[in-house]
Ligand binder design. Sequence first.
Ligand code: HEM
Length: 458
Amino acid sequence: MPNLLSRSVFNLFFGARRKALGNLPGPQPGILGTAGDFLGGSPAWDVCARYGREYGGVTLIWMLGNPALVLNDPVLIEQVLDSRRMEFEKGSVSEEIKPATTHHALFIAKQSEDWTAKRRADPFEQPWTGDWLAAQVGPMQAAISQSVEALAGGAPIELTPVLRRLTFDTFAVAAVGEKLPDSVFDDFMLLAKGADARIQAKLPLRFVSLPKGFEAARERFYGHFAERVRKARQAPNPEAADLLARTLRERPGINDEVLAHVIGHVFFGGVFSSSTTLVGAFHQLQKHPEAEQRLAAEAAGLAREKLTLERLRGARWIEAITYESLRLLPAVRIFTRTPSADVKLAGATLPAGSTIMISNQHLHRDPAHWPNPDTFEPTRWLDGGVARDPLGSGHFFPFGRGPRECVGAAFAMVFLRTALATIAARAKVHVDSTEPFEEGFFFGVVLPKGVTGRFVAR
Ligand code: HEM
């Protein structure tokens, strides 16, 4: 708690603002507001979860003299993300990631401008998307098998970068029909680093410089997909099942630049979050050997015949592990919104431009909702568990909630299940330590640090 002098100085300058926000609970602000809580070394999602435990569903905090709300109440979260969503925009994150993505990115589209049109046109939202997805299970399985074979010699590895590359390669197969050269992956990482520096900047963005070679990498990265679109137009392959080829067949009138950029954005949308989820899953499986053995048995059964989406969906243990990993260790733990005009929320008037932080960390582990909330228990998702807490519901929203929920969620779920089934059938992933790993933050996503282990062929 800030000392009396610090609290008095805050009240001297911002007392009137504070009064206008009524009786919302929250920590006492000092000279820096309450920003010190986020500068103390704990990850932001842990701070948000602590506020949930201490102050309940809504916490008023102060970034210097600017008020912000942290929401841990499913009803208020539903309002901001769903029923009253038109009153809020994504705010500063759009500017932060823009140099890495482009203005064609759905993620940063404004609700009041072109979000609806972009979402409707997105290849992941089409009547044929389910059909495309079903056609990806085989190619993704083959790509993952190949990567696992290369790893299964038992050499020590760091799981986060290894599973990130495996994810990137598998997404490439689904998006363009083949794995991509190292140079494209390197450009992707450089762009992500540039965006990350802006997302995590403590200074105004004009003072944050982009990494060396950023502009050239950006040109090459999007140019790579533009060239693929050009070639696919010139010599269409009617057999090709990948997203680029399928989109061109279904929507021949699509603008080439839009398509190239949408394909490029698939990697930014999901590589970090999907690979982080896999690292969390294998770390928990090492800690719970009975769950791992059950996974290996189910995966071996699936491997006996051709893997299809239908068979994958019937694999209930793999589904349960996927859900439990997304509950206990969600890769995206904080999303933000900003009211476009002064807005009434939780009984107070929040000024336009202020920040609303929404975290799933507390609700995913709320003891009033989940038995043994801190323990990895995939069994909770069997026998009706998935229907009790569906994706996007009050206490389970790893992909967000409402119409702006992750557009790639269905694809991510199929990728995660295919990866778990394929890896577990071919190798045992030994993780060196079952102690909780350090959680960093990269490109808006949790970054598991120092998780080492080995893939050992079965
Ligand atoms: C485990 C994997 C993933 C997780 C945990 C995840 C999480 C999320 C979350 C929480 C949101 C909502 C953010 C908000 O409301 O502010 C979101 C939105 C989004 N995600 Fe994902 N995501 C994953 C995979 C993917 C994949 C594979 C793609 C590929 C296209 C993708 C593309 C997007 C896009 C474009 C949006 C913005 C949607 C919109 O604004 O309409 N994500 N994701």
